[in-house]
Design a protein around this ligand. Structure first.
Ligand code: UDP
Length: 326
């Protein structure tokens, strides 16, 4: 297939491009490089441009016979979305709408969307399945849920088929060592803990140890980047075969506390990690664990990195062999 990957220079997008290209697809990456890296796009064609730019999109769709679009170009920082909602609604909603409308004008009707566990808000129960109430508690979650709703309506009215994949905590790096997580600023737990282990950071700050969990720290469901990407490929295939839109929650179904993650990082790196306790971070639910049985059943999806140690090992290799040398 010929697939346009929007945001293919970012963390998840770059791993997706590699996996799709290795499976024999023809890939075109569109990325404005606001957060992505040109050198993270190692396969296929690269076009620098913005998904809000109708001219660039039109020229891509006119000149290439695109079968499907995968969209990874969302802004992802919850805290920033609270302080600057306008940029989240502009990029994540308005620009995505522009992409969808341009696709519709060119009869491109297959769409894979990067969604998030943040659409559920404070969970009523865990693990969280697809039926769980959707009540986001921040503009980031709202922006993603708005697109999911738009996609429902576009499906009914225009025949746009879309699969939305709600990630829990994406983690780890390409086991070949070619790609990994490079967020600036980095806000995610695993890369920050590993920076503390490698000495690039003094300590890891733990945001709250008074949550109603076994050790008082927040529990999350960490899923390896390659397993996530695998689910996208399978979702695209199934969506085309069945001519049907879908929604999937993606995680391992197992929760690990912040303290457990730090212990695993100590074991994997063989280093001491200094821990500093901090107050809770706003907007963090105590426990977020996915019920991914629908993806397992319908997509025949089986995460290969079900073990947190394996996931952290790939991230540690990336920290030692790439990030520490920058
Ligand atoms: N966390 C932490 N210290 C950090 C970064 C994150 O204690 O420096 C905690 C955070 O409060 C949450 C968990 O680690 O409970 C995972 O956070 P992350 O930002 O990686 O992902 P999120 O769950 O917010 O998507």
């Amino acid at each position: 297939m010929k697939i346009l990957v929007v945001g293919g220079a970012g963390y998840i997008g770059s791993h997706m491009v590699k996996q799709l290209a290795n499976a024999g697809n023809e890939i075109i990456t569109l990325d404005n490089l606001s957060y992505g890296y040109r050198d993270a796009v190692k396969y296929g064609e690269f076009i620098e441009g913005d998904l809000g730019d109708t001219t660039v999109l039109t020229s891509i769709f006119k000149s290439r016979d695109i079968d499907a679009v995968m969209h990874f170009a969302g802004f992802i920082q919850v805290g920033e979305s609270v302080l600057k909602p306008a940029i989240y609604y502009h990029n994540n909603v308005v620009n995505t709408l522009n992409l969808l409308d341009t696709m519709m004008r060119h009869d491109i009707t297959n769409f894979i969307f990067s969604s998030t566990a943040a659409i559920f808000g404070e969970p009523d129960y865990t693990p969280i399945d697809e039926k769980h109430t959707k009540q986001p508690i921040n503009p980031y979650g709202h922006s993603k849920l708005m697109i999911e709703q738009i996609l429902d309506d576009y499906d009914k009215a225009y025949g746009l088929r879309a699969s939305c994949l709600r990630y829990f905590n994406a983690a780890g790096a390409d086991p070949d060592g070619e790609l990994g997580e490079r967020h600036i600023p980095e806000t995610h737990l695993i890369p920050l803990v590993l920076q503390a282990a490698s000495g690039r950071r003094q300590d890891i700050k733990v945001f709250g140890d008074d949550y109603p969990t076994d050790d008082g720290t927040c529990v999350r469901d960490y899923i390896h980047i390659n397993d996530l990407c695998e689910a996208h490929s399978q979702a695209l295939q199934r969506m085309i075969e069945n001519d049907q839109s879908a929604r999937y929650n993606l995680g391992n179904g197992k929760g690990f506390s912040v303290k457990q993650v730090i212990d695993v990082a100590k074991e994997v790196s063989g280093k001491e990690i200094r821990v500093t306790m901090e107050p809770r971070r706003a907007g963090d639910p105590a426990v977020l664990v996915a019920d991914a049985s629908l993806a397992r059943k319908e997509l025949n999806w089986q995460p290969k990195f079900a073990d947190l140690t394996e996931i952290v090992k790939t991230a540690w290799d990336w920290e030692v062999n790439f990030l520490s040398k920058q």
